[in-house]
Design a protein around this ligand. Sequence first.
Ligand SMILES: [Zn+2]
Ligand SMILES: [Zn+2]
Length: 452
Amino acid sequence: MNKSDKTGLVFFPAFDWAISPTHPEREERLLYTRDQIFEEGLMDLPRITEYKPRLATFKDIARTHFCVPQVKDQITEAHLVAAGGALVIADALMAGEIRNGFALVRPPGHHAMKVVHGNRGFCNINNEAIMTDYLRRKYGLKKIAIVDTDVHHGDGSQDIFYHDRDVLFISFHQDGRTLYPGSGFTNEAGGPTAFGRTLNIPLPPGTTDEGMHYVLEKHILPVLDDFKPDLVINSAGQDNHYTDPLANMKITAQGYASLNAKLKPDIAVLEGGYAIETALPYVNTGIILAMAGMDYSGVTEPDYTPGMFTLGPEKKARIEEIVAELSTVWERRDSTDIEVLRAKQDFFQRQKNIYYDTDGINECQTERLRLCPDCGGYLSTASQAYHHNGVQYNVLCLSIPFDGCHECREEVYAEYEMAVSNKFYDYVYFQDRVGDTYRGYGREKPLEWEEV
Ligand SMILES: [Zn+2]
Ligand SMILES: [Zn+2]
């Protein structure tokens, strides 16, 4: 795609954004990383080129999310810069200025789902998902793979692409029975039209570099080979590290750096990682060197000694079992698709309850996907939640996929008009990703707007 041998970096530590002064997701998170990067002289290497972030637009956000009541209510300027930082890397890559790139930004994003009522798992908007949809819209990319290597299940990214057969989402993480957000099991494998395009690898607590690399080599890399994405994005969370205070894994900086060297993501975007002094500087430095194709073997934590962690036969057997199960899911991906379409149902429907841990909000959702023979099918999501201010929001979110057919678009426009004229919903939104138009209607203060 491009001949440049450069690695692009965007660094945005958001020194003025924190959930609270003592919260793990606070300003200091990238302080030591910044020092380490400058001390090692990484920014001066000829292979590395630094970019300044820019602001993402509300339209970029509305292409991916339904923010309730409006985009402006769910974000701060730091969110726009973090998402915009990822978009800068995307543009540089597509312009052929860089071979790959890493957006070291915060606030993080991978727990933010399609509908946004508040903050979940420190996230309001999903930086990788926004970038994925931007790349598809602006550059016409068709198939994108997101590999989430954060210790927490990337439930937001999963939710956003669950019915999207052109986006492959693979997440490995500490088993949800032992860690937030409590999801990410092997049976969450994508909706009926996108079966197998979501792959979850729940790893036992205490998984080491050896276990993680087994998963990468036996499952993730072969699946990527089959899927043949136009682009691979890495949701690069560093909280699998053995010193991370929020989780219980045993991954080292070397483990992460060699993961990156084998995965060869086109773009990495920082997610979690809360050992700000003992893990983040080493892991991020290792990843930057790996992306630049340079020797990272000297990057080790001061307290690390080889052989410190062993996987053990039980964990190893469990990981082999999971990989075998998921390989079957992957092999069956298209046969299941066809079976469901043959059943000739017009719609697939499911109910979801979503908890916003940071904001203490409970959301109830009913999702209806049109099983369309001509496109990915439009999605209609009815959602209800009480916000902080005691106001209950009852909203309808209508989404036309990138490959949306004429009939699906007509139906969405008609459903929008109907929902606006009946009094049941407080807000009605539509995402027309074919026309790149994102509109909303509010009954609270009767108004209609379009995101630009
Ligand atoms: Zn995390
Ligand atoms: Zn259609």
